[in-house]
Design a protein around this ligand. Structure first.
Ligand code: NCD
Length: 453
């Protein structure tokens, strides 16, 4: 399969790594990009499949450095098979999966299990992230060296913060030696307490306990100090507040080795969405009391936060977009807002959501592609650069998308088991049409047409 030749004819090729933005053909051979440019018909190999891509954008496949595939342990929420199919539908060709599995990814055997499962059942590249602490319990460092040797690409206790500052310091010290980032879920539990949504007007109105922005910012500030102290590579997971942005900006200006990601929902949705009916207040209490599909960690925040995050992404203060795809079963999301699990199913709506920034003029299309490819690859390290470009000779991990196509979100069509999206029924503008991993079509909207000459 991987040795098949494919000609992608006539897309707008955007490859930020090469500074490329032009209409061209892409020839794929032996799983690699063979050529980019005008390829005359008589030079197209005999047995070549042709994908007509005029009017579409072709770019390196997206890289998601933060998702939850739930396997092992929570296969009723997601599996590597369903999660990687969801990734492919979303245009992601590489995903890094978080270790809040059961058992957690805190030893080489679990890393091996995930790698094996991904080879057997996955359709995109999967790289596991290892635990910072044993069992994600926050008490004792995991065997970071063993995990690195087994192939983890980063460390995180995501879902929980690394709460103990000295353990965070030690993990950053090791990370400096291992050359792998520590991705911290910044949440000061003494401040977030039993909060379930952002502190503010909507929380007060609903009578729900709020989480102040300081719960994120105090820990982000602590971690930046520790990265400065140790020289370890700090990555801030799912940044959600305007106040974290100047901390990041100043740290980068001082040369602290820190990077950060932002999620599509924090770039586009405010805490008003918690009210249900997409945040439109209709009548006294709205059509429903609240929408538990909006419950996510960190919580959806104010319009000012959303705007500050979009600006920080445009300026490159925030390095990349990551989905924090957190699929849940229905039972985990039904019931009261307090009882519901935190998390949104994001992989299949990420591009359509993020493109809102482009359509509204906050970001160029080239910059958006950069934040979904080169940006995340840089967080992971130089070995990943070849997955974020279409330079001839690199693996043919390619996404084809239509940035202008409007579609209505219907979770019944998701490949993910997680239908927990507050975007159900909304119209997004921008859709993935096909995804190739190593020259193999792993998702195609019109499978029958692809390959027709
Ligand atoms: C994540 C999950 O479900 O694993 N949920 C979420 O709301 N982001 C874990 C987490 O980061 O809290």
């Amino acid at each position: 399969m991987a040795s098949e030749s494919i000609l992608i004819r006539g897309p707008r090729v955007i490859d930020p790594a090469q500074g490329l933005d032009k209409v061209a053909d892409i020839l794929v051979r032996g799983g690699k990009v063979a050529a980019i440019g005008r390829i005359p018909s008589d030079e197209v190999p005999e047995d070549c499949r042709v994908i007509e891509a005029g009017g579409l954008v072709a770019s390196p496949g997206f890289i998601d450095i933060h998702c939850h595939l739930r396997e092992p342990g929570f296969e009723y929420k997601e599996t590597i098979a369903t999660g990687t199919r969801a990734a492919a539908r979303g245009g992601f060709t590489t995903v890094c999966c978080m270790p809040n599995t059961e058992p957690p990814i805190d030893n080489a055997a679990v890393v091996e299990f995930i790698k094996e499962r991904s080879r057997a059942e996955g359709v995109v590249r999967v790289f596991p992230i290892g635990c910072v602490t044993k069992g994600r319990r926050g008490k004792e460092l995991s065997e970071m060296e063993e995990l690195a040797a087994a192939g983890v690409v980063a460390f995180s206790d995501d879902g929980d913060p690394v709460y103990d500052a000295n353990i965070m310091r030690l993990s950053l010290t090791y990370s400096a030696d291992l050359g792998l980032p520590i991705s911290n879920h910044c949440q000061d539990r003494a401040l977030s307490r039993n909060g379930v949504m952002a502190e503010g007007w909507t929380a007060t109105r609903l009578g729900l306990p709020g989480i102040p922005a300081a719960a994120e910012e105090t820990m982000a500030a602590r971690d930046i100090s520790l990265a400065e102290l140790t020289g370890g590579r700090l990555h801030l997971a799912h940044v959600s507040t305007a106040g974290t942005v100047p901390l990041l900006r100043q740290a980068k200006e001082r040369g602290v080795p820190v990077t950060a990601e932002v999620c599509p929902h924090h770039l586009t949705l405010t805490d008003r969405w918690v009210l249900g009916a997409r945040g439109e207040v209709t009548g006294a209490a709205g059509p429903q009391a609240y929408d538990t599909y909006t419950k996510v960690y960190p919580p959806l925040r104010s319009r000012q936060d959303v705007e500050a995050l979009a600006r920080a992404l445009a300026e490159g203060v925030i390095d990349c977009i990551a989905t924090d795809h957190a699929p849940h079963d229905l039972t985990s999301k039904q019931g009261t807002y307090q009882e519901a699990a935190f998390g949104i199913s994001v992989l299949e709506t990420a591009l359509g959501s993020a493109l809102q920034l482009v359509h509204r003029g906050h970001l160029t299309l080239g910059a958006l592609v950069e934040r979904l490819t080169v940006g995340p690859a840089r967080v992971l390290g130089p070995a990943f650069a070849e997955l974020a470009t279409l330079k001839p000779g690199t693996p043919a991990d390619i996404v084809l998308f239509d940035p202008a196509r409007e579609w209505v979100v219907d979770p019944a069509e998701f490949a993910s088991k997680g239908v927990n999206t507050p975007l159900q029924g909304t119209t997004l503008k921008g859709k993935v049409v096909a995804t190739l991993v190593q020259g193999r079509v792993v998702f195609s909207e019109t499978p029958d047409e692809i390959g027709a000459r």
